[in-house]
Design a protein around this ligand. Structure first.
Ligand code: ZN
Length: 252
């Protein structure tokens, strides 16, 4: 452990009916070869500029080129030991684990996780930009200039992801899980993207504050709000954390 911000010992980790809340960010996918976009550029544009509702309204072709490239880069990625440990943990805890990811890739599902809440949507899904009622659908394709995809209703089809300037997905479910959460583990998150960066402080303000743990290669911007910060590769730290928490939970 790199940092222990809290010295309290409040006994059993979980009471019955409570929940472990796991939040994953770009760091866990980076270890599977998916590039981290924060602080990097794509053809001279920042990720923030492109993953943006205003960019889509101004230049859907450029946004589709960007997402086509992201799909191409993510298509062959494979889950790592961290994803696999979380998928196995979900089975062990039988409903006691709530997995929320900021990542749009499908690596948690590829590792075997059954219930994954994608707060920022899914890279390999598309949907009608006019929300005509057609459900989002699986889409692994890339689109170039001449063939921007269109819905049957005539509107453009867009990636099923949440852009800057849009409301993140599944906030009601997430809020409900945060209320029930007693142990919160953030993995590979930057701690700088809202609303997720605020989860840890929200959990500290509850009448029964949750125990909060960070695991990842680099210290997040909100590190000081965690009870524990462990720095290292997620593929090593996550299986270790699952083992030690299972011992405390009596699951081993
Ligand atoms: Zn439509």
């Amino acid at each position: 452990m790199i940092r222990q911000n809290s010295e309290d010992d409040r006994g059993p980790l979980l009471r019955s009916g409570s929940q472990l809340f796991v939040l994953t960010g770009a760091g866990i996918s980076a270890e599977s070869g998916i590039p981290v976009f924060q602080g990097t550029n794509w053809r001279g544009h920042s990720h923030y500029e492109l993953a943006n509702i205003e960019a889509w309204e101004k230049d859907p072709q450029l946004v589709w080129e960007y997402y086509s490239d992201r799909r191409a880069r993510a298509r062959d990625a494979r889950p790592n030991a961290a994803h696999i440990a979380l998928a196995e943990w979900e089975k062990d805890l039988a409903g006691g684990l709530f997995l929320c990811t900021q990542n749009v890739d499908g690596l948690h599902e590829a590792a075997g996780s059954q219930e994954v809440v994608h707060i920022h949507g899914k890279l390999f899904e598309s949907r009608c930009a006019a929300e005509c009622g057609r459900p989002a659908f699986a889409d692994y394709k890339g689109y170039s200039e001449s063939e921007l995809p269109r819905c049957a209703c005539g509107a453009l089809v867009r990636p099923n992801v949440c852009w800057f300037g849009e409301q993140p997905y599944h906030l009601d479910r997430i809020d409900d899980a945060l209320k029930r959460c007693e142990v919160f583990i953030a993995i590979g998150t930057s701690g700088s993207v809202q609303p997720v960066a605020g989860f840890v402080t929200m959990l500290k303000q509850k009448p029964q504050p949750a125990r909060t743990i960070f695991l990842g290669l680099t210290e997040p911007a909100n590190a000081k709000f965690f009870d524990e910060v462990h720095l290292g590769p997620a593929a090593e730290l996550v299986p270790q954390a699952v083992r030690s928490l299972n011992e405390l939970l009596g699951q081993s």
